[in-house]
Ligand binder design. Sequence first.
Ligand code: PEP
Ligand code: MG
Length: 551
Amino acid sequence: MIVLQGKGVSKGVAEGPVCFFRRADAAVKKETASDIESEKARVAAAQEKSVAQLEALADKARAETGEETAVLFETHAMFVEDEDYVEAIMTALEEERCNAEYAVEQAGEQFAAMLAAMDDPYMQGRAADIRDVTRRILNNLMGVAEGGVDSDVPVILAADDLAPSETLQLDKSKILGFITKGGSGSSHTAILARTMGIPAICGLGESLKEEYQGRPVCIDGETGQAVLDPDEPALAAFREKQKKQAEMRELLQTMKGQEDVTLDGREMLVYCNIGSPDDVAAVLANDGRGIGLFRSEFLYLAASDYPGEEEQFQAYKKAAAAMEGRRVVIRTLDIGADKQVEYFGLQKEENPAMGVRAIRICLNRPEVFRTQLRALYRASAYGKVAIMFPMITSVWEVRECKEACRRVMAELDAEGVSYNRETEIGIMIETPASVFVADALAREVDFFSVGTNDLTQYTLACDRQATDLGRFFDPHHPAVLRALKMAADAAHRAGIWIGICGELAADLSLLETFLAMGIDELSVSPSAVLPLRAAIRGSTAGSCTLEKLEC
Ligand code: PEP
Ligand code: MG
């Protein structure tokens, strides 16, 4: 039995075999082939498998997100069998007398480079498709499982760390929990684990070894302990805890349908954070009162090219309609920093967290912004959509965003497309600058939502992604809490509501402080709704104090 200690970032207990995440970009080695015909047959089999996968993905996309993504997968399936492309692979095999993997990689890259060099922007854009298709055929040749999980049974997924786009593409039905060498509580893998309601431990460092592949492990996302090859007593203790948690979950079911009010009648709404319209099912199952943060960038992260207006519209409409009149706050694109999207071609930056990210990208690229705003306004006809802008630092940014909204509304009016003219507009308070000018910002918008993950990062000058900042990264720091209070006061003076959608919202040890500040809404992962509601219903707002703001 080996006990590994990391940082618990998503509560819960799980047991299963360790399975290391296999990156799809495993290096290809050139080998001399003795039998070219059998290499050709391997290419043909990998192509066939790729086409079948792409057709299945097209069907899934058609059912879940709409026609536009479905067509993308169908086009990829056509590329796999494109005559010129296949001929290029076969020629490479003949000429190089090498293994199938090397021939596919070489031919695919040459083909993509040729397309990229063309004058026609449409053909240039197809280079990325060919690279995608080539990677798929390579994965099938090398036995790299789609979604990075090479297992038929559910596993505890182990990794150095996971990029948000990798986490997104995982086959979630196969994952019981996460254990990572790096990462932090506010990294997007941790956020996703909480949304999925499964345990996760990060920061295990080098104690997490590849040789543990396939061995049984029990993980506790509360204590941050992972026990490899557990003995009988350890296993029994884990199972006991699992049972208690199941009982607690059962007990919390009584919170469904109850109001989010304190004992002395103060309402504090409990909303949910989601990353895709599919997560709405978990929101409804946990009786979230609304959606306080729909991270729309996950649509962009999951795609291999800019998602179009129709595809986005379908996704937002699906969430808005499913919530049946309850508020759905959709945040506009927040990429950059740790959320990199290749097709945006963003410059490499020394300090990406302080670089061209989030609203800065949207204001620099009006077309990308316009497409998303059009989709959002169109979706507003199907539910109570609210639009929220991330990473605001200045009043002029908000005014430009509102101007972009007005232009889109005028377009839709001219086209006779229906939308909700009263759609609420809000901003995220997640930079110290936005706190300092919160009074002026509050006069511009309908609501604030505090992103405590970034607010902590920027206030304390502590990278939220870093594993080893330890006690220096302290979201409970009085500076962070005072910033929250300043924003809340500014919001209330202007008569608008303020919520919190960063991870701190689910921190029950701060609930009384939030009540004392008069925070109106807390947006948390779906699995945190019922415990939070129980805590609110057991609190008395009138006796809450701001003592945690003292140094
Ligand atoms: C935040 O910064 O707290 C937030 C909610 O946004 P994200 O975690 O997506 O940056
Ligand atoms: Mg943020």
